[in-house]
Design a protein around this ligand. Structure first.
Ligand code: DQA
Length: 143
């Protein structure tokens, strides 16, 4: 294994595949996770998705306690609202890359602000499911 990563998806991302395919594509979350697994045989993945803020925070704490090498996080709508999620990302040791399927900067005004991005290594936005691959590559090549 070269890296142990948490891939954490937030609210409504369990509906990928049927939810607003123009914005988010047609791949299900399960398909995205299966493809990541197949593409990066050297990575040990912990895939999780929660709709609730508390469960997302608990998973971030778990990644810290399990000494994960990094976190790939799509916080969904909490991106734009959650101080508690931001504080959790800031409080833990594993570095986090924020991922969005859609280009949040080309959509409604309220999506242009991320409360999470300032405490992340960086943000990948607008590349669909490929964004998750880009984030994993960061951890393999530059950490
Ligand atoms: C999203 C963008 C968010 O604004 C939205 O609330 C989501 C999905 C994305 O992946 O593009 O749920 O995080």
């Amino acid at each position: 294994m070269t890296a142990s990563l948490l891939v954490l998806n937030g609210p409504n991302l369990n509906l990928l595949g049927t939810r607003d395919p123009e914005a988010y594509g047609t791949a299900s979350l399960d398909a995205i996770e299966t493809e990541l697994d197949a593409s990066f045989s050297s990575v040990e993945f912990d895939f999780r998705q929660h709709n609730g803020e508390g469960a997302l925070i608990d998973s971030l704490h778990d990644a810290h306690e399990q000494n994960r090498d990094g976190i790939v996080l799509n916080p969904g709508g909490y991106t734009h609202t959650s101080v508690a999620l931001r504080d959790a990302v800031d409080a833990i040791a594993p570095p986090t890359v924020e991922v969005h399927l859609s280009n949040v900067h080309a959509r409604e005004d309220f999506r242009r602000t991320s409360r999470i991005a300032p405490v992340c290594v960086g943000q990948v936005s607008g590349f669909g499911a490929a964004g998750y691959h880009m984030a994993v590559r960061y951890f393999l090549q530059w950490t």
